[in-house]
Design a binder for this molecule. Structure first.
Ligand SMILES: [Zn+2]
Length: 163
């Protein structure tokens, strides 16, 4: 009966399932934020890529801000991306060194990728930038090491938002 209820919620009202059940099970993870206004958070993963500068141009023209969850190894392709995005009012988060399913990594590899990407973001950021230290796991699933990161408040985790 409980399984049927959860399946029904997932199919018919995924937002309610995430806010009402999943978010309570993992309180250190942000799934959504309460607002009084109808707002939409625009998040973009896996960059920077070939179209990232054109996307920044478009967002600037539209006066829209976004959150970019970057792949650390991709920053070598476009070293100026982080500074430009931050200077234009966007947020930059950590999406590990390589694109892939974060939950399948060993704890050591997960932490190595997380910290290497964080260093790359910090080095690319303009001086004086206060790091938000957001993290989004590749594939949208948690890694068992993530709760330890939250205990020290070093990172905030945002899985892919699907509702
Ligand atoms: Zn990704």
């Amino acid at each position: 009966m409980v399984v049927l209820l959860l399946v029904s919620l997932a199919v018919l009202m995924p937002s309610l399932l995430v806010r009402g059940v999943v978010a309570r099970l993992v309180p250190g993870v942000m799934f959504c934020a309460p607002t009084r206004e109808p707002l939409l958070a625009l998040t973009i993963d896996d960059g920077p890529g070939p179209g990232s500068d054109a996307l920044l141009d478009l967002l600037r023209r539209l006066n829209v801000r976004a959150s970019f969850f970057v792949i650390g190894s991709h920053l070598e392709r476009n070293p100026g991306f982080v500074a430009r995005a931050l200077e234009e009012g966007h947020e930059v988060g950590n999406h590990l060194w390589r694109d892939g399913r974060a939950a399948g990594l060993s704890k050591a590899d997960f932490l190595r990728q997380l910290l290497a990407t964080e260093r790359a973001i910090q080095q690319a950021a303009p001086s004086g930038w206060a790091a938000l230290r957001w993290f989004r796991p590749g594939g949208g699933w948690f890694h068992p090491a993530m709760p330890q990161l939250h205990n020290g408040n070093e990172f905030r985790c945002e899985p892919r938002h699907r509702p």
